[in-house]
Structure formats: structure tokens, C-alpha cells
Design a protein around this ligand. Structure first.
Ligand SMILES: Cc1ncc(COP(=O)(O)O)c(C=O)c1O
Length: 459
């Protein structure tokens, strides 16, 4: 018998028909988790449907974060479940090297249909981190096959998050994610981030000030010379460092400078992809087309792991040279385009299309994003709140941290919300909201009022 879990709790789990066995919590080394804190008071989820989770005690929890920015269509959607079940019965696995299966091609075509014009090729990976490292390698190899092999330097941005693999942490700008891991990839530099609360606090949508932060690229070109720079990678909206919305004109300027200097522009759309900003991709929302887009999460509604790189046709065509029997890009994963992930992706895109979810958070939507914005901005003036930021169905509420104890205040708000039956997410001392795109006004009210209550009693 597991000592950590209350028998009454487990009985309740069985009563709601969950398949949760009594787990021993010792063996599992949890990712990005305060393991010791968690194991003292575990937060175990048992099932999910629509906007909600239920924990192993049978308690309903409203999901304010789409799981982890993934479940854009809401939980356990029938089309997606059925597609996965059918695929598992039909064919479990197909080797992706020198072989294929129809659904991988079908999914790639469907992604291209909603991608920015001219971005006609899709390479599959299994996570956002893998998509990022794939895109970085693609950028390096692209320059090399064009005869510009000196372009090896990769540029990221302070406060960027691009997953946890070596390429991603190198171009990423989160010190905590880098400092334990030595040099990682060499030859990387960073632009400044765009967070400027002195000028932009409480912006509703894109902040007015800061397009000039993109000029940092000119400085780095002056320092390293464009002939040595392969690519710049940025998140259109930085999520993991607390919802940083791009200032007006910033991404346009970055695009112009990349084009001017022959540098590839990569948008990491792992969280902004698939409707989060009111269009299929943030590239379309902000009217800027990069050369490569990385995506994951909402691609399969989180149901089966999958990531992808969407590339401009010209990049793919550049690789298509040399003897035809030779592999053009020596990269890929055993599970690239896995049949279950492809089935989940197709079911997901069908669900998004049927319910208009990819544009619901934008101007063509039913006003839910404006209602959400009003809700999160109503937290201005509550205890500890020092900024509120939002775009589409993304909201950031920044708190004043406790002196000398960063993250603790926001974490206490997270725990309080959990106790009240609402799942939020905190990064540093910022609450980051990214609810499923099926959210209704009553859910927005519940999320906002739960946070308000937690803030009022937070130390
Ligand atoms: C912008 C961005 N890139 C990459 C990743 C990494 O994705 P994964 O955790 O699937 O590897 C994330 C994850 O949150 C992300 O937000």
C-alpha cells in the first residue's frame, strides 16, 4: 500500500471510475517540478473532458492553461480520440526513413493549407524541443548547401525559451535553464528582450513601444558580420518568461533586417501555433512571414507527442540537389511522423476547422478574446499585481516577487487556485494563462475571480 496517498483518496478515485492505480511516488523524477514539494502533497489528475480535469479524488478542476499550452480544442475531443484508437488498431508504427505512410503526407498537406503562403514543406519531430533543434540544424545545413558554410552563428533573444535540448537552451535566454549545462552549443549570441514595463505596463494587446529593440540585430551583424550568421530565432510571443507580447513593428523590423543580411528568421510557434493568437499561426496575426516555423503542442491537441518544422519551399528546394539516391538532409527521428501522432493531428485539425477555433481568438471570433482581456485586466490594482499583458487567448499577470524569494509568491497563488479548483500556470512571478480555445465567458469569470481571491490572501 502506498503510504503517501490517503486510502480514502484512492477510494474516491476508484469511485469516479479512474484507472489510477495506487502509485508509489518515489521512482518518478518529475520534469520541471519541485519534486519534494509535490510528493508531500501530490496533485494527481485522473481524467479530463472539455474545459475540465478531475483529480484522483474526483474533484473538478477548470483548466486555465490548456494542460500546458497544448489542448487548444479542449480535452478528450471525440474525433481525436477516435482517430487515435483507429490508427492504433490499423497500424502501430511505420519506419519513417526511406518509408512512409499516407497519414504523414496528408497531415503535412493539411498543415501547409493553414500555414503562411510560401511555407509549403513540413518536417516532423516529436516535441517542441526537437522541432527547435531540427530548425537550427536545417538553417545551418541550408547555408552550407548554398555554399555559405561560414554562416554558423545562431542568434536567440534574452528571456527566450526554445525547449530543453542543447540547441534550444543555447539560443534560449533563460539563465536557470542554461547555467547547469556548461557551454552547450558555442557561437550563439542574443538580442535584448522586449519587456519594457516602464513604457508598456498594462498594455492590452501589442505594446506601443519597443520596435527599436530589433535594431540589436544590426549591432550583432556589426560585431560578427552577416556572413557568419545563420539564423535568428524568436518566439512571436514569449510564453515561458511571462507572456511578452511583441511591440508594434518589432517583428516587421526583425524580418526586414534578416532579409537585408541573408539571415534566416525562425519563429518558434510552439505555444502560439494553432489559434492561440486568433489565426492559425502568430506569423499571420502579426503579418510577418518567417523562413521557418517550429510548432508542437496544439498540433495534436496534446493527445500524442508531435512537433514539426514548417519551411519555406525555397529552403526545401535548396536541399534537393546531388545524386537522387542520396539522402538530402541527414536528420530525423525514429518517431518522426508517427502514425498515432499523425492520426491525432488530422483529428485535431478537423476539430479546429469544424468549430472555427483557429480564428476564434481573433477579430473574426465571437468576442471571447476581448472578454478575456477585460477579465485579466480587471486584476490591475489587486495586491501584488505590477503588470497585466495579453494577446488573443494568452494572459500574463505579473506579481511583485517576495524579496529574496523569487517565484514563491506566484507559486503560492498557483497552489491556492488549485485548492479552489482552477489550474493556472506560473513562470517566475508571472501567472500565465492560456485556456483552451473553447472557453466560454463563465469560465473566464471563474478563472479571474479565483485568481483575485488567491491574490487577496497571498502573503
Ligand atoms: C516556445 C517554446 N519552444 C519550445 C518548447 C519546448 O517544447 P517541448 O516541451 O514540447 O519540448 C516550448 C515548451 O513550452 C515552448 O514554449
Amino acid at each position: 500500500m502506498n503510504k503517501a496517498l490517503d486510502p480514502a483518496l484512492m477510494q474516491a478515485a476508484e469511485a469516479i471510475g479512474s484507472h489510477v492505480a495506487t502509485p508509489d511516488l518515489g521512482a518518478y523524477w518529475m520534469p520541471f517540478t519541485a519534486n519534494r514539494q509535490f510528493k508531500q502533497a501530490p496533485r494527481l489528475l485522473a481524467r479530463a473532458s472539455g474545459m475540465h480535469y478531475w483529480d484522483v479524488q474526483g474533484r473538478e478542476v477548470l483548466d486555465g492553461v490548456a494542460g500546458l499550452w497544448c489542448v487548444n480544442a479542449g480535452h478528450n475531443r471525440p474525433r481525436i480520440t477516435a482517430a487515435i484508437q483507429k490508427q492504433a488498431a490499423d497500424m502501430d508504427f511505420a519506419p519513417p526513413f526511406q518509408m512512409g505512410h499516407p497519414k504523414a503526407f496528408e497531415l503535412a498537406s493539411r498543415i501547409v493549407q493553414i500555414a503562411p503562403a510560401g511555407m509549403g514543406k513540413v518536417f516532423f519531430a516529436n516535441s517542441g524541443s526537437e522541432a527547435v533543434d531540427t530548425a537550427l540544424k536545417m538553417a545551418l545545413a541550408y547555408h552550407r548547401v548554398r555554399g555559405e558554410g561560414t554562416r554558423t552563428r545562431l542568434l536567440g533573444r534574452d528571456r527566450g525559451y526554445h525547449g530543453v535540448n542543447f540547441g534550444g537552451i543555447s539560443v534560449g535566454g533563460m539563465v536557470g535553464n542554461r547555467k547547469h549545462f556548461g557551454l552547450a552549443v558555442a557561437g550563439v549570441d542574443h538580442l535584448r528582450h522586449t519587456h519594457d514595463p516602464a513604457r508598456n505596463a498594462y498594455s492590452n494587446g501589442q505594446p506601443a513601444h519597443g520596435a527599436e529593440f530589433a535594431d540589436d540585430l544590426e549591432k550583432l551583424v556589426a560585431m560578427h558580420d552577416a556572413s557568419n550568421i545563420a539564423a535568428v530565432i524568436v518566439e512571436p510571443i514569449a510564453g515561458s518568461t511571462g507572456v511578452l507580447v511583441p511591440p508594434m513593428g518589432y517583428l516587421q523590423k526583425l524580418r526586414e533586417l534578416c532579409t537585408k543580411h541573408g539571415i534566416l528568421l525562425i519563429f518558434d510557434e510552439v505555444i502560439t501555433g494553432f489559434g492561440r493568437t486568433g489565426a492559425p499561426f502568430a506569423a499571420q496575426t502579426f503579418g510577418v512571414t518567417p523562413d521557418l516555423i517550429t510548432c508542437a503542442k496544439g498540433l495534436t491537441n496534446g493527445a500524442v507527442p508531435m512537433g514539426a518544422v514548417i519551411a519555406k519551399d525555397e529552403i526545401y528546394e535548396t536541399f534537393m540537389q546531388g545524386p537522387e539516391h542520396m539522402i538530402e538532409f541527414l536528420h530525423g527521428y525514429t518517431y518522426s511522423g508517427h502514425p498515432l501522432a499523425c492520426a491525432a493531428g488530422l483529428g485535431t485539425l478537423d476539430t479546429y476547422a469544424e468549430e472555427g477555433l483557429l480564428t476564434r481568438a481573433g477579430p473574426q471570433g465571437d468576442g471571447i478574446a476581448a472578454y478575456f482581456a477585460q477579465g485579466v485586466h480587471s486584476l490591475k490594482g489587486e495586491p501584488h499585481v505590477i503588470d497585466v499583458r495579453n494577446h488573443g487567448l494568452v494572459g500574463g499577470i505579473e506579481l511583485q516577487g517576495i524579496a529574496g524569494e523569487p517565484t514563491k509568491r506566484a507559486f503560492s497563488v498557483f497552489l491556492d487556485c488549485w485548492a479552489q479548483g482552477v489550474l493556472i500556470r506560473t513562470t517566475g512571478d508571472t501567472i500565465a494563462l492560456s485556456p483552451p480555445l473553447i472557453i466560454e465567458r463563465g469560465h473566464v469569470d471563474r478563472i479571474v475571480e479565483t485568481i483575485r481571491t488567491a491574490l487577496r490572501r497571498a502573503a
